[in-house]
Write a protein that binds this ligand. Structure first.
Ligand code: FMN
Length: 177
């Protein structure tokens, strides 16, 4: 994450400098950090994810933006569902393992080196999650280099509801910009 202060715009700043500033501002947008689960055709994945938000109260709709070249994009599109796992702050180290497709095993209860269970939508759920939501996809929008999937919440769980939740700013990672 960029540690230098944002702005003020130096007089006479050129396009390259403004571009760098715009990226720093975007990187510092407060955001959560999740594991997004997907599954289709016998494949499944967990992906480190930050671009998620609730977009309707009734029905309960959640939007997640997923890059087109990610395995997750293919699996969410084919499987028509996703899970969003809310992580405990103490689990910040595990998100580094899920920035590429997760390896299976050993056994169906493990994915990418962590314990998982299968949710009612068929998507994997990190067993150590403080809580999670499962969604069925209702709409997909193509937005530049990402696809925005809007899902209706159809199931959820909260084994550790009061745990402080992980945010991107708790790590040295960032995304986008
Ligand atoms: C902090 C962080 C946040 C991320 N957030 C997103 C995100 O919101 N959407 C996305 O498509 N990829 C995001 N990524 C990238 C994915 O984790 C991953 O690298 C890439 O999409 C490939 O995923 P795959 O395993 O589905 O192929 C993020 C990566 C990091 C390090």
């Amino acid at each position: 994450m960029a540690s230098s202060p944002v702005g003020p715009v130096p007089p006479g700043a050129g396009p390259a400098e403004l571009d760098r500033m715009r990226r720093r501002i975007l990187w510092r947008m407060p955001s959560g950090l999740y594991l997004l689960g997907s599954a289709a055709g016998g494949r499944r994945n967990l992906m480190t994810h930050t671009w998620a938000m609730q977009v309707s109260q009734e029905p309960k709709l959640l939007a997640v933006s997923i890059r087109h070249d990610a395995l997750t994009c293919e699996l969410v599109r084919q499987g028509g569902a996703f899970s969003l796992c809310f992580l405990k702050r103490e689990d910040r180290a595990i998100v580094r393992a899920f920035t590429k497709p997760a390896e299976e095993g050993p056994g169906p209860a493990m994915l990418g080196g962590v314990a998982v269970r299968t949710g009612s939508t068929g998507t994997p759920i990190f067993s150590g999650a403080a809580s999670w939501l499962e969604c069925e996809v209702r709409q997909e929008l193509e937005l530049g280099d990402h696809a925005l999937f809007v899902g209706e919440v159809v199931d959820c769980g909260a084994p550790d509801e009061d745990a402080p939740l992980l945010r991107t700013e708790d790590t040295r990672l960032n995304y986008g910009g």
